[in-house]
Design a protein around this ligand. Structure first.
Ligand SMILES: [Zn+2]
Length: 177
């Protein structure tokens, strides 16, 4: 896991705040409260929140929703496959909970530059908790523990409403900032 220096952390906190806002919207919609934003050149270019209940599709995780929006937009404006691949390699992802194995695999294949996440995902985490996909193959730089307590409290509020299918959060043992 990477460490972030002070300037980096200020930026990371600002973008994570936007990811938390997405998670809040998910909670209001009775979805597992996980949200994310994709950032290119210090600008948010896409956001996503968990929509598995609304879509009745277990794969509509926040990251997948945001990736699909980006793909759709870049294809609509006529970017080639090579240009799209280049775009992803300059993107960073801020997500409130550690990407699951499915999402971490997708992020690695897309060659995303870096992932910043909040709380760990004990059951399904693909960035250190269950598998370490960020450090295999193409992989990506990974920083954990950013605003983890906010991410956890959102998930706890969701559990209090009762949902046995949601990932169990916990604070990472080693905070990297
Ligand atoms: Zn996922």
């Amino acid at each position: 896991m990477a460490l972030c220096d002070e300037d980096d952390c200020t930026t990371a906190l600002a973008f994570m705040e936007l990811a938390i806002q997405q998670a809040n919207i998910a909670l209001e919609n009775l979805e597992v409260p996980i949200g994310c934003v994709f950032v290119e050149d210090e600008k948010v270019i896409s956001s996503g929140r968990n929509q598995t209940t609304e879509t009745r599709n277990a794969t509509r995780h926040a990251e997948m929703v945001a990736i699909d929006d980006l793909l759709k937009f870049w294809q609509e404006i006529g970017l080639s496959a090579t240009e799209i691949a280049g775009k992803f390699s300059r993107c960073d992802l801020y997500v409130t909970c550690e990407p699951c194995i499915m999402c971490a695999s997708a992020l690695s294949v897309l060659n995303i530059r870096a992932v910043y996440y909040g709380c760990a995902n004990d059951k399904f985490g693909g960035c250190g908790s269950v598998l370490s996909l960020h450090s295999q193959g193409k992989g990506f730089q990974c920083t954990s523990g950013i605003m983890a307590s906010k991410a956890i409290s959102l998930l706890q509020r969701f559990y209090q409403q009762g949902n046995p299918n949601s990932p169990k959060p916990h604070r990472p043992l080693q905070l990297s900032n």
